[in-house]
Design a protein around this ligand. Sequence first.
Ligand code: OGA
Ligand code: NI
Length: 358
Amino acid sequence: MDCLKSWPEPIVRVQSLSDSGIQVLPERYVKRPADRPSSLDLPTGEINIPVIDLQKLYSDDNSIGETTLNLISDACRHWGFFQVVNHGVSHELMTRTREVWRAFFHLPIEDKQVYANTPATYEGYGSRLGVQKGATLDWSDYFFLNYLPQSMRDQNKWPSLPPSCRKLVAEYNEELVKLCGRLMKVFSINLGLGEDNLQQALGGEEMGATLRANFYPKCPQPDLTLGLSSHSDPGAVTLLLPDENVSGLQVRRGHDWITVKPVPNAFIVNIGDQIQVVSNAIYKSVEHRVIVNSMKERVSIAFFYNPKDDIIIEPSKELITEDRPALYPPMTYKEYRIQIRIKGPSGKSQIESLTSQR
Ligand code: OGA
Ligand code: NI
């Protein structure tokens, strides 16, 4: 894929644009009217995605709280997005990880440029997703890194500054892999599969994991743009650590966009495209996007738990019936991802194009 070797245009750091004090949003960031945030978007807090306490999942050794399972089942079927509290990850670790990334983005530009990324792997410091020349860009910078499989992990590609960054990120990722494993068991049970089936279908012990720290600088005309365009996450499960003080994530619900109000010390959990495939669309990955504002910058950390690259992923045999035939063709995650690397965020068009082929 030649087009994935380098960016089609010189990269401009959104943070530098923001810091330069411009009052007018550059043309490249101006979205089509239909894609802009709307005054009709439901205000923060009016409706929120479900908040689920995981305490009961852990309280007894073997008996998993039935109610908690049901709450998660409802959230997966009807929302595709929920927040979890009492999830077992140290709040202090969460705060330190968020703040180390905030500090990274506030380093001098030279320190960050060392990690400038390319579309071949996306690993490193980046300012765009997708390689389509002339595309409208999103108002954000990010740092993307590989954690699993171990063979893809190269800590030299992770920020060496602040000095605690690499160690903290490794510790944080280790905890989040565990939490994803627990959630996958719950999803598997709730789908009526054996508790390990879902994970097995996605690569078992060899599942992948990546981390993307997102930085949304202050924006001179936030009504005209987005921090991250509408997309669904391509992998299995995402755990998002939002900025507690600044909301920005919007989740699609029918024709509405709901602005998520982060609950203190919670993770935002969402279903990715590959669980939609394995569950044969009993669970759906849900579109989301990020709005920005002129008053406050925002930092968020997205942890993506992904299928093994080269196993064939298809709807689980147990979830295919005469009434509900397999909705998706078998495909590896590697094949699926290439399209996304070329196109960048594009709503749910990627997974929907698979169904319409049939
Ligand atoms: C993502 C994402 C949301 C946010 O990184 O895929 O959806 O609030 N991030 O930054
Ligand atoms: Ni996302």
